[in-house]
Design a protein. Structure first.
Length: 128
């Protein structure tokens, strides 16, 4: 095989390699979720939701019929053990679209990490 015939093969291999590297970097930027300490709605998540979400998502002020007042309300948007499929997690980590929440600015990373951990642990109501 001559040199000119090898060039496209090398280029394709390089592109595939770079694509794989990009995918690995995306995985590394995701929150590291540990299951060593229990995170529960009543003890940890409710205060975060109250502070960051309730101004727009209470029964009195819900602008898009998304109400997050109770555990059952929030639980509709947190799919236990499925972080990437949970609308709550998608909304608080979205930095590109107009659906990013809260609209006033990105939630503190420690809150995002705690919500991620809660979802991965099964979105439990209480640790008791």
């Amino acid at each position: 095989m001559n040199v000119k015939a090898r060039i496209p093969i090398v280029i394709i291999g390089f592109v595939v390699y770079l694509g794989a590297c990009k995918k690995n970097n995306d995985t590394q930027n995701k929150p590291q979720v540990s299951v060593s300490d229990s995170v529960c709605y009543d003890e940890h998540i409710k205060a975060i939701i109250d502070q960051n979400c309730m101004p727009c998502h209470s029964k009195d002020s819900a602008t898009e019929e998304i109400i997050l007042e109770t555990y059952d309300d929030v639980r509709l948007f947190a799919i236990p053990g499925m972080l990437e499929r949970s609308p709550l997690y998608q909304m608080i980590t979205d930095t590109v679209s107009q659906n990013s929440m809260p609209p006033s600015g990105r939630m503190k990373q420690e809150y995002i990490d705690l919500i991620a951990k809660w979802i991965m642990q099964g979105s439990k109501k209480s640790c008791k």
